[in-house]
Design a protein around this ligand. Structure first.
Ligand code: PNS
Length: 161
């Protein structure tokens, strides 16, 4: 069985992420969605909330498991016996950062391949940071995030008021 990991901060998970999870799960026997516990950039949603949101969004995929990881991604990927790291690519602007990460991970662990999924055009301009910004300013985010995340975003805005 081919195993993949799909890492990220998922701050919060968007419908673009869920689309990639679904597509990866249709190709790999098992997909571990790996939520980084302490991202480089400070997360807006705390770790427990990010986990709850993505677990809720991915619960209907039979061969997907949501986990957390700390430290190096390749150490986690090796532990899970993954053959591939999945990342989504949207615009050209994603490329440089993704290329650097893929090359570095490849250097550290040549037998784990980074595989990029081209975004579906519906989500080409969607990002967690845009969702957070729109939600903060009271704009509509329905259709951008899974329904369980809508509730969490509302809750966060109410807490902030
Ligand atoms: O959703 P993000 O924030 O773009 O995800 C970035 C992530 C978590 C995949 C990346 O920061 C990562 O892998 N961090 C773990 C530390 C690590 O392995 N660094 C070396 C990779 S170049």
């Amino acid at each position: 069985m081919k195993i993949a990991v799909y890492p990220g901060s998922f701050d919060p998970v968007t419908n673009g992420h869920v689309d990639i999870i679904e597509r990866a799960a249709s190709i790999f026997g098992k997909v571990y969605v790996a939520v980084i516990e302490n991202p480089e950039k400070k997360a807006n949603f705390d770790f427990a909330t990010r986990m709850r949101m993505i677990k809720g969004a991915a619960r209907h995929f039979r061969n997907v498991r949501v986990e957390s990881f700390k430290g190096l991604l390749i150490d986690y990927a090796k532990k899970r016996k993954a053959r591939a790291i999945i990342r989504g690519l949207r615009a050209v602007s994603d490329f440089e950062y993704e290329f650097q990460m893929a090359q570095t991970n490849r250097k550290m662990c040549p037998n784990i391949e980074t595989i990029f999924f081209m975004t579906d055009s519906r989500y080409a301009y969607l990002s967690s940071s845009l969702v957070r910004q729109i939600s903060k300013l009271g704009g509509p985010v329905r259709g951008m995030v899974p329904d369980n995340v809508l509730n969490e975003l509302k809750q966060k805005e109410n807490d902030g008021k």
